[in-house]
Design a protein around this ligand. Structure first.
Ligand code: ZN
Length: 500
């Protein structure tokens, strides 16, 4: 298999260029002084151009084609067969977009970003509208270039969740709405059953750091192959299986930010630290899609970190660290506080019950705009009407409504659903682990996470990118992705919390 080996060498070079860019990106967000910005942008541009050129070169295509013709003998589950499948998907995506379209997208989105930032500050949707129109027009061109059979959005979502179809997402979202909207209404009438004010007291930053690090380490994030730093927006980034870093942010008067942010990012990082030895250092290491990635971060953040069992173990430690803030709060009240449901206008602050609604609203509006059912003129009213209908709240202005997020200005259309897909997949994964090891909940209550981590490692992490997301999900759970397990989980947990 000479062509395959030559292809692998080339791909490893592409991979190393991308990882080098990731190091610079991490440094930019964690360490770099402001004066470095323009130089860093140029450095990142050079590296990204080099890796793109090397990957999309005709020689890569020739090697890939030759290797594919010789691959019939490969076992489907072998690393080599998986490598060829993944490279074919990536290569087609990377080569279908014409260079002038990519350049135009880069030009328009950098201007659109400036326009959005000003429009948001001034609550001036009219100023952003022409830019949104241009971004949508270019997005339609991207979809046409990438190709799709059924819905325009299919081409867009495939970039982030390979193989996922818009019709499937739409059906799942209808099932979520049918249960979650009435649940949100029912909880609104029981609002006083949880009080979140304890989380807004004064929490010493050094002690928060100590506790977050301790939790990350104990759930299994390997600090000999990782780091925890501070950044404005928390993220996980990796430079190969042996160096996967996370960041968080500490707020003195909002305990959940660092605490759950660190658990969430640890979930992403443990997934990437877990790539098997045979794929480490190759393009198969890491996570297979944004949705599967989010299923791992959410599993640790919500199913573990916001469970009663988890706080049975950790609450005494937390209370000992913050005796003043938590003096009048028992474990049950704390559990209720961290699981309090409150419809809000901002997605990043949303709880487990309302979170998906923010995603669904964006998904529906994006599809209506792309498929011509909604004009950019009417988009703010449509946005506000959906917030009223799904969450029972109306944005008082466009700054807190349709202008709240940066994504559209950057042309990032098609990946929001991966957040909800991650929520949906987290529950069947967790259920499957507990089915295999019924002691897991009792172990969590003792602060032991090794069995759960080992199961995730064996069934999900070690495969890296070898399987497409839906394929991996079905291999592990034996079923296609559905909304029911997540809805059952919400119904049980919040039914008890809010006496529904
Ligand atoms: Zn995440």
């Amino acid at each position: 298999m000479e062509p395959l080996n030559t292809l692998k060498q080339r791909l490893n070079e592409v991979h190393n260029l991308k990882l080098s860019a990731a190091v610079l990106g991490w440094d930019q967000q964690v360490n770099m002084p402001p004066g470095g910005a323009i130089y860093r942008a140029a450095q990142l541009e050079t590296l990204s151009r080099l890796s793109h050129e090397l990957f999309t070169a005709e020689e890569t295509g020739r090697l890939l084609e030759t290797a594919e013709t010789q691959s019939a003998e490969l076992d489907y589950d072998s690393d080599d067969a998986a490598l060829l499948r993944v490279v074919r998907h990536d290569y087609d995506l990377a080569t279908r977009l014409p260079t002038p379209l990519v350049a135009e997208l880069t030009r328009v989105t950098s201007l659109a970003y400036e326009a959005w930032a000003t429009a948001r500050a001034n609550d001036d949707y009219a100023a952003f509208k022409p830019w949104l129109s241009q971004v949508l027009d270019l997005t339609l061109q991207v979809a046409e270039a990438l190709g799709y059979q059924d819905r325009i959005y299919d081409a867009l979502i495939d970039q982030f969740e390979p193989g996922m179809k818009t019709a499937v997402v739409a059906r799942l979202f209808e099932e979520l709405k049918a249960v979650q909207i009435p649940m949100i209404r029912a909880i609104a009438s029981q609002r006083d059953r949880a009080d979140g004010s304890v989380l807004r007291r004064e929490y010493d930053l050094e002690k928060q750091k100590q506790f977050s690090r301790q939790v990350a380490e104990q759930i299994g994030y390997d600090f000999t192959r990782g780091r925890l730093d501070v950044s404005v927006h928390p993220f996980t980034t990796g430079f190969g299986t042996g160096d996967i870093r996370i960041t968080t942010r500490y707020e003195a008067n909002w305990l959940p930010s660092a605490l759950f942010g660190t658990i969430h990012e640890s979930g992403h990082a443990m997934y990437e630290q877990g790539s098997g030895p045979s794929i480490a250092g190759t393009i198969l290491e890491g996570g297979t899609s944004l949705g599967i990635h989010e299923s791992q971060s959410r599993l640790w953040e919500n199913l573990v970190g916001r469970s009663r069992a988890f706080w049975q173990h950790y609450y005494p430690t937390l209370r000992a660290l913050f005796p003043e803030a938590l003096t009048d709060t028992d474990q049950d009240s704390f559990y209720r506080a961290i699981n309090r449901v409150e419809p809000s206008l901002i997605r990043v602050e949303a709880d487990e019950v309302t979170y998906n609604m923010h995603i669904i609203i964006r998904f529906e509006i994006e599809n209506d705009l792309l498929e011509g059912r909604l004009s950019v003129d009417d988009a703010p009213d449509a946005w506000n009407a959906k917030y009223e209908q799904y969450l029972g709240i109306t944005p008082p202005n466009n700054r807190l409504g349709i202008l709240q997020d940066v994504h559209w200005s950057g042309g990032a259309i098609g990946y929001f659903p991966t957040y909800s897909l991650g929520n949906l997949m987290s529950v069947p994964f967790f259920n499957k682990a507990v089915e295999a090891h019924p002691d897991i909940p009792a172990e969590i209550a003792r602060g032991e996470f090794g069995t759960l981590l080992g199961w995730l490692q064996e069934n999900i992490y070690r495969h890296g990118r070898k399987y497409m997301p839906a394929e991996l999900f079905e291999r592990v759970t034996g079923e296609p992705i559905s909304a029911q397990p997540y809805l059952a989980y919400l119904g049980q947990k919040y039914g008890e919390l809010y006496d529904l």
